[in-house]
Write a protein that binds this ligand. Sequence first.
Ligand code: PLP
Length: 356
Amino acid sequence: MVNILEELKYLDNAATTRIDNRVLEVMMPYFLDLFGNASSNHKLGDLAKKAIDQSRSLISSYLGCNPKELIFTSGATESINLGIKGFLEANSLKGNHIISVRTEHKAVLNTLDYLEARGCEISYLEFDENGVVSLDNLDSTIKNNTVLIVLMLVNNETGVIQPIKKITELAHNKGVSVLTDATQAIGKIDVDFEELGVDLMCFSAHKINGPKGVGALVVKKGTEITPLFHGGGQEYGLRSGTYNTPLIVGFGEAIRLRYSDFTNYLKNVRERRDKIVEYFEHQGIGVENFKYVNKVPNIISIQLLHDEAEDFLITNSTRFVASTGSACNSNIIEVSHVIKELFNKDSQGKIVRISI
Ligand code: PLP
Protein backbone atom coordinates (compact mmCIF):
# COMPACT_ATOMS: atom_id res chain seq x y z
CA MET A 1 0.00 0.00 0.00
CA VAL A 2 1.31 3.46 -0.86
CA ASN A 3 1.93 5.51 2.24
CA ILE A 4 -0.07 8.64 1.55
CA LEU A 5 2.01 10.59 4.03
CA GLU A 6 5.09 10.07 1.89
CA GLU A 7 3.31 11.56 -1.07
CA LEU A 8 1.49 14.35 0.62
CA LYS A 9 2.57 16.61 3.44
CA TYR A 10 -0.02 16.19 6.16
CA LEU A 11 -0.45 19.58 7.85
CA ASP A 12 -3.73 19.00 9.65
CA ASN A 13 -2.48 17.55 12.92
CA ALA A 14 -4.82 19.66 15.04
CA ALA A 15 -7.67 17.64 13.52
CA THR A 16 -5.97 14.34 14.24
CA THR A 17 -2.55 12.70 13.99
CA ARG A 18 -1.22 9.48 12.52
CA ILE A 19 -0.63 6.90 15.21
CA ASP A 20 3.06 6.46 16.07
CA ASN A 21 4.30 2.97 15.09
CA ARG A 22 5.81 2.54 18.58
CA VAL A 23 2.40 3.28 20.13
CA LEU A 24 0.71 0.72 17.90
CA GLU A 25 3.38 -1.81 18.82
CA VAL A 26 2.72 -1.59 22.57
CA MET A 27 -1.03 -1.79 21.93
CA MET A 28 -1.01 -4.92 19.76
CA PRO A 29 -0.54 -7.58 22.47
CA TYR A 30 -3.65 -6.24 24.24
CA PHE A 31 -5.76 -6.85 21.14
CA LEU A 32 -4.38 -10.37 20.81
CA ASP A 33 -2.97 -12.60 23.58
CA LEU A 34 -3.54 -10.18 26.47
CA PHE A 35 -7.21 -9.67 25.66
CA GLY A 36 -8.57 -10.17 29.22
CA ASN A 37 -11.24 -8.04 30.84
CA ALA A 38 -9.49 -5.87 33.43
CA SER A 39 -12.35 -6.48 35.85
CA SER A 40 -11.95 -10.32 35.71
CA ASN A 41 -10.46 -12.16 38.65
CA HIS A 42 -7.90 -14.26 36.81
CA LYS A 43 -4.44 -13.96 35.34
CA LEU A 44 -5.55 -12.39 32.03
CA GLY A 45 -7.72 -9.90 33.88
CA ASP A 46 -4.86 -9.03 36.22
CA LEU A 47 -2.50 -8.42 33.31
CA ALA A 48 -4.96 -6.04 31.68
CA LYS A 49 -5.57 -4.23 34.98
CA LYS A 50 -1.85 -3.90 35.55
CA ALA A 51 -1.35 -2.38 32.09
CA ILE A 52 -4.20 0.11 32.68
CA ASP A 53 -2.80 1.11 36.07
CA GLN A 54 0.62 1.59 34.53
CA SER A 55 -0.80 3.84 31.81
CA ARG A 56 -2.79 5.79 34.41
CA SER A 57 0.36 6.36 36.51
CA LEU A 58 2.37 7.36 33.45
CA ILE A 59 -0.17 9.92 32.23
CA SER A 60 -0.67 11.30 35.75
CA SER A 61 3.05 11.69 36.31
CA TYR A 62 3.49 13.71 33.10
CA LEU A 63 0.38 15.85 33.71
CA GLY A 64 0.82 16.57 37.42
CA CYS A 65 -2.28 14.89 38.77
CA ASN A 66 -2.90 12.02 41.16
CA PRO A 67 -3.57 8.70 39.34
CA LYS A 68 -6.81 8.44 41.32
CA GLU A 69 -7.98 11.71 39.76
CA LEU A 70 -7.75 10.38 36.18
CA ILE A 71 -10.86 8.86 34.57
CA PHE A 72 -10.46 7.15 31.19
CA THR A 73 -13.16 7.95 28.62
CA SER A 74 -13.67 7.56 24.86
CA GLY A 75 -12.18 10.98 24.10
CA ALA A 76 -12.42 14.66 24.84
CA THR A 77 -16.05 14.97 23.72
CA GLU A 78 -17.15 12.42 26.30
CA SER A 79 -14.89 13.95 28.97
CA ILE A 80 -16.39 17.39 28.32
CA ASN A 81 -19.94 16.00 28.54
CA LEU A 82 -19.15 14.08 31.71
CA GLY A 83 -17.31 17.03 33.25
CA ILE A 84 -19.97 19.65 32.55
CA LYS A 85 -23.22 17.68 32.90
CA GLY A 86 -21.83 15.52 35.70
CA PHE A 87 -20.63 18.56 37.66
CA LEU A 88 -23.86 20.44 37.19
CA GLU A 89 -26.01 17.54 38.33
CA ALA A 90 -23.88 16.84 41.39
CA ASN A 91 -23.81 20.53 42.37
CA SER A 92 -27.37 21.51 41.44
CA LEU A 93 -28.15 22.77 44.93
CA LYS A 94 -25.36 25.37 44.67
CA GLY A 95 -26.63 26.98 41.44
CA ASN A 96 -27.06 26.50 37.72
CA HIS A 97 -25.15 29.35 36.09
CA ILE A 98 -22.21 28.46 33.82
CA ILE A 99 -19.77 30.91 32.20
CA SER A 100 -17.93 30.14 28.98
CA VAL A 101 -16.84 31.78 25.71
CA ARG A 102 -18.18 31.43 22.16
CA THR A 103 -14.83 30.31 20.73
CA GLU A 104 -14.90 26.98 22.58
CA HIS A 105 -15.09 23.66 20.71
CA LYS A 106 -18.57 22.47 19.64
CA ALA A 107 -18.33 19.70 22.24
CA VAL A 108 -18.59 22.46 24.85
CA LEU A 109 -20.96 24.83 23.05
CA ASN A 110 -23.50 22.16 22.13
CA THR A 111 -23.40 20.73 25.66
CA LEU A 112 -24.10 24.21 27.02
CA ASP A 113 -26.96 24.71 24.52
CA TYR A 114 -28.42 21.41 25.69
CA LEU A 115 -28.23 22.50 29.32
CA GLU A 116 -29.64 25.95 28.57
CA ALA A 117 -32.68 24.35 26.93
CA ARG A 118 -33.16 22.46 30.21
CA GLY A 119 -33.18 25.54 32.39
CA CYS A 120 -29.52 26.31 33.09
CA GLU A 121 -28.28 29.84 32.73
CA ILE A 122 -25.27 30.32 30.45
CA SER A 123 -23.21 33.53 30.04
CA TYR A 124 -20.54 34.08 27.41
CA LEU A 125 -17.49 36.23 28.12
CA GLU A 126 -16.13 38.98 25.92
CA PHE A 127 -12.68 38.48 24.40
CA ASP A 128 -10.01 40.55 22.66
CA GLU A 129 -8.86 40.32 19.01
CA ASN A 130 -6.86 37.19 19.88
CA GLY A 131 -9.77 35.46 21.58
CA VAL A 132 -8.30 35.97 25.05
CA VAL A 133 -10.90 36.64 27.74
CA SER A 134 -10.70 39.55 30.13
CA LEU A 135 -10.40 38.90 33.86
CA ASP A 136 -12.43 42.04 34.68
CA ASN A 137 -15.27 40.82 32.51
CA LEU A 138 -15.09 37.41 34.17
CA ASP A 139 -15.17 39.00 37.60
CA SER A 140 -18.31 40.99 36.80
CA THR A 141 -20.04 38.01 35.16
CA ILE A 142 -19.79 35.75 38.21
CA LYS A 143 -23.05 35.77 40.20
CA ASN A 144 -24.33 34.11 43.36
CA ASN A 145 -25.62 31.11 41.40
CA THR A 146 -22.47 30.65 39.25
CA VAL A 147 -21.05 27.16 39.72
CA LEU A 148 -18.72 26.52 36.79
CA ILE A 149 -16.45 28.28 34.29
CA VAL A 150 -15.65 26.32 31.11
CA LEU A 151 -12.64 27.59 29.12
CA MET A 152 -10.22 25.84 26.83
CA LEU A 153 -6.50 26.02 27.54
CA VAL A 154 -5.53 26.19 23.83
CA ASN A 155 -7.87 27.06 20.97
CA ASN A 156 -7.97 24.43 18.23
CA GLU A 157 -8.19 26.93 15.36
CA THR A 158 -5.88 29.71 16.52
CA GLY A 159 -3.49 27.94 18.92
CA VAL A 160 -3.92 30.84 21.38
CA ILE A 161 -3.42 30.00 25.07
CA GLN A 162 -5.92 31.32 27.65
CA PRO A 163 -4.58 32.46 31.06
CA ILE A 164 -6.29 29.55 32.83
CA LYS A 165 -4.23 29.73 36.01
CA LYS A 166 -5.19 33.38 36.66
CA ILE A 167 -8.79 32.67 35.69
CA THR A 168 -8.90 29.78 38.14
CA GLU A 169 -7.48 31.88 40.98
CA LEU A 170 -10.17 34.49 40.42
CA ALA A 171 -12.91 31.85 40.13
CA HIS A 172 -11.82 30.03 43.28
CA ASN A 173 -11.77 33.28 45.26
CA LYS A 174 -15.46 33.49 44.44
CA GLY A 175 -16.18 29.83 45.15
CA VAL A 176 -16.62 28.88 41.48
CA SER A 177 -15.10 25.75 39.91
CA VAL A 178 -13.25 25.60 36.56
CA LEU A 179 -13.23 23.01 33.78
CA THR A 180 -10.58 23.38 31.11
CA ASP A 181 -10.55 21.63 27.74
CA ALA A 182 -6.84 20.84 27.34
CA THR A 183 -7.22 18.73 24.18
CA GLN A 184 -4.95 20.97 22.08
CA ALA A 185 -2.56 21.71 24.95
CA ILE A 186 -1.47 18.24 26.01
CA GLY A 187 1.82 17.37 24.33
CA LYS A 188 2.18 20.88 22.90
CA ILE A 189 2.99 22.78 26.10
CA ASP A 190 3.84 21.60 29.60
CA VAL A 191 0.56 20.96 31.37
CA ASP A 192 0.53 20.53 35.14
CA PHE A 193 -2.96 19.93 36.54
CA GLU A 194 -2.04 20.85 40.10
CA GLU A 195 -0.17 23.96 39.05
CA LEU A 196 -3.05 25.14 36.82
CA GLY A 197 -5.34 24.66 39.81
CA VAL A 198 -8.42 23.73 37.76
CA ASP A 199 -11.04 21.32 39.08
CA LEU A 200 -11.70 19.40 35.86
CA MET A 201 -9.53 18.87 32.78
CA CYS A 202 -10.35 17.05 29.51
CA PHE A 203 -8.17 15.71 26.70
CA SER A 204 -7.74 13.04 24.03
CA ALA A 205 -5.01 10.70 22.77
CA HIS A 206 -5.43 11.15 19.04
CA LYS A 207 -3.96 14.66 18.93
CA ILE A 208 -0.53 13.37 20.01
CA ASN A 209 0.01 10.35 17.78
CA GLY A 210 -2.01 8.13 20.08
CA PRO A 211 -5.09 6.10 19.09
CA LYS A 212 -8.51 7.60 18.38
CA GLY A 213 -11.37 6.77 20.75
CA VAL A 214 -9.65 7.23 24.10
CA GLY A 215 -9.32 10.26 26.33
CA ALA A 216 -9.49 11.30 29.94
CA LEU A 217 -11.20 13.55 32.43
CA VAL A 218 -9.13 14.63 35.41
CA VAL A 219 -11.32 15.29 38.45
CA LYS A 220 -9.65 17.11 41.34
CA LYS A 221 -9.99 15.33 44.65
CA GLY A 222 -13.13 16.58 46.39
CA THR A 223 -14.88 17.69 43.17
CA GLU A 224 -18.26 16.01 42.93
CA ILE A 225 -19.55 14.73 39.60
CA THR A 226 -22.42 12.42 38.70
CA PRO A 227 -21.76 9.72 36.06
CA LEU A 228 -23.42 9.81 32.64
CA PHE A 229 -23.37 6.01 32.30
CA HIS A 230 -24.48 3.48 34.88
CA GLY A 231 -23.19 -0.06 34.78
CA GLY A 232 -20.31 -2.09 36.15
CA GLY A 233 -18.90 0.79 38.21
CA GLN A 234 -15.48 1.08 36.53
CA GLU A 235 -13.43 4.26 37.08
CA TYR A 236 -14.70 4.78 40.65
CA GLY A 237 -18.25 4.49 39.35
CA LEU A 238 -17.82 7.57 37.16
CA ARG A 239 -17.42 5.80 33.82
CA SER A 240 -18.86 2.32 33.61
CA GLY A 241 -18.04 0.04 30.68
CA THR A 242 -15.44 -2.63 29.97
CA TYR A 243 -11.95 -1.13 29.82
CA ASN A 244 -10.53 -0.63 26.34
CA THR A 245 -7.10 -1.87 27.38
CA PRO A 246 -5.22 -1.50 24.06
CA LEU A 247 -6.33 2.10 23.60
CA ILE A 248 -5.54 3.03 27.19
CA VAL A 249 -2.08 1.45 26.89
CA GLY A 250 -1.50 3.36 23.63
CA PHE A 251 -2.60 6.60 25.29
CA GLY A 252 0.04 6.20 28.01
CA GLU A 253 2.75 5.40 25.50
CA ALA A 254 1.85 8.39 23.31
CA ILE A 255 2.14 10.72 26.32
CA ARG A 256 5.41 9.09 27.37
CA LEU A 257 6.96 9.37 23.92
CA ARG A 258 5.98 13.02 23.56
CA TYR A 259 7.03 14.27 26.98
CA SER A 260 10.18 12.16 27.38
CA ASP A 261 11.52 13.84 24.23
CA PHE A 262 9.70 17.14 24.57
CA THR A 263 12.67 19.48 24.04
CA ASN A 264 13.45 17.88 20.68
CA TYR A 265 9.78 17.82 19.70
CA LEU A 266 9.46 21.56 20.40
CA LYS A 267 12.71 22.40 18.60
CA ASN A 268 11.58 20.48 15.54
CA VAL A 269 8.08 21.97 15.52
CA ARG A 270 9.38 25.52 15.99
CA GLU A 271 11.85 25.12 13.13
CA ARG A 272 9.12 23.85 10.83
CA ARG A 273 6.74 26.59 11.92
CA ASP A 274 9.31 29.30 11.20
CA LYS A 275 9.94 27.88 7.72
CA ILE A 276 6.23 27.69 6.95
CA VAL A 277 5.54 31.25 8.12
CA GLU A 278 8.57 32.51 6.18
CA TYR A 279 7.33 30.76 3.05
CA PHE A 280 3.89 32.41 3.21
CA GLU A 281 5.15 35.84 4.15
CA HIS A 282 8.19 36.06 1.83
CA GLN A 283 6.22 34.83 -1.15
CA GLY A 284 3.51 37.38 -0.38
CA ILE A 285 0.90 34.61 -0.17
CA GLY A 286 -0.33 35.33 3.34
CA VAL A 287 0.50 36.60 6.81
CA GLU A 288 0.48 34.86 10.15
CA ASN A 289 -2.37 35.71 12.54
CA PHE A 290 -2.08 35.96 16.34
CA LYS A 291 1.63 36.71 16.00
CA TYR A 292 2.18 38.58 19.24
CA VAL A 293 0.28 36.47 21.73
CA ASN A 294 1.08 33.41 23.81
CA LYS A 295 0.30 30.37 21.66
CA VAL A 296 1.32 26.79 20.86
CA PRO A 297 3.97 26.38 18.15
CA ASN A 298 2.18 23.68 16.16
CA ILE A 299 -0.93 25.62 15.07
CA ILE A 300 -0.35 28.34 12.47
CA SER A 301 -3.23 30.53 11.37
CA ILE A 302 -2.55 32.18 8.03
CA GLN A 303 -4.56 34.94 6.45
CA LEU A 304 -4.25 34.70 2.68
CA LEU A 305 -3.66 38.01 0.93
CA HIS A 306 -5.18 37.14 -2.45
CA ASP A 307 -6.79 33.70 -2.66
CA GLU A 308 -9.82 32.26 -0.97
CA ALA A 309 -8.76 29.48 1.43
CA GLU A 310 -10.81 26.75 -0.30
CA ASP A 311 -9.32 27.61 -3.72
CA PHE A 312 -5.81 27.79 -2.30
CA LEU A 313 -6.04 24.37 -0.66
CA ILE A 314 -7.54 22.78 -3.76
CA THR A 315 -4.80 24.28 -5.97
CA ASN A 316 -2.14 22.92 -3.60
CA SER A 317 -3.87 19.65 -2.79
CA THR A 318 -1.20 17.47 -4.38
CA ARG A 319 1.50 19.10 -2.24
CA PHE A 320 -0.09 19.24 1.19
CA VAL A 321 -3.32 19.01 3.14
CA ALA A 322 -4.35 21.59 5.73
CA SER A 323 -7.62 23.04 6.88
CA THR A 324 -9.63 26.16 6.10
CA GLY A 325 -11.48 27.96 8.83
CA SER A 326 -14.55 26.16 7.63
CA ALA A 327 -16.24 23.17 9.11
CA CYS A 328 -18.25 20.64 7.22
CA ASN A 329 -21.49 20.09 9.11
CA SER A 330 -23.97 17.66 7.55
CA ASN A 331 -22.17 18.09 4.20
CA ILE A 332 -22.69 21.87 4.21
CA ILE A 333 -19.43 23.79 4.27
CA GLU A 334 -19.69 26.84 6.47
CA VAL A 335 -17.21 29.19 8.06
CA SER A 336 -16.42 27.90 11.52
CA HIS A 337 -17.89 29.63 14.54
CA VAL A 338 -14.39 30.49 15.84
CA ILE A 339 -13.41 32.25 12.60
CA LYS A 340 -16.77 34.08 12.54
CA GLU A 341 -16.12 35.34 16.07
CA LEU A 342 -12.57 36.50 15.40
CA PHE A 343 -12.46 37.83 11.83
CA ASN A 344 -14.46 40.31 9.81
CA LYS A 345 -16.60 39.09 6.91
CA ASP A 346 -14.01 39.92 4.22
CA SER A 347 -11.31 37.81 5.91
CA GLN A 348 -13.37 34.80 7.01
CA GLY A 349 -12.96 32.90 3.75
CA LYS A 350 -9.22 33.56 3.60
CA ILE A 351 -8.07 31.77 6.76
CA VAL A 352 -5.97 28.63 6.49
CA ARG A 353 -5.00 26.56 9.54
CA ILE A 354 -1.74 24.69 9.22
CA SER A 355 -1.01 22.32 12.05
CA ILE A 356 2.21 20.32 12.48
N1 PLP B 1 -11.83 19.93 22.20
C1 PLP B 1 -10.93 20.40 21.33
C2 PLP B 1 -10.25 21.69 21.61
C3 PLP B 1 -10.63 19.68 20.17
O1 PLP B 1 -9.73 20.16 19.31
C4 PLP B 1 -11.29 18.45 19.95
C5 PLP B 1 -11.01 17.67 18.73
O2 PLP B 1 -11.28 18.07 17.64
C6 PLP B 1 -12.23 18.00 20.88
C7 PLP B 1 -12.46 18.77 22.00
C8 PLP B 1 -12.95 16.69 20.71
O3 PLP B 1 -12.06 15.64 20.88
P1 PLP B 1 -12.44 14.12 20.58
O4 PLP B 1 -12.34 13.98 19.11
O5 PLP B 1 -11.42 13.32 21.28
O6 PLP B 1 -13.80 13.88 21.11
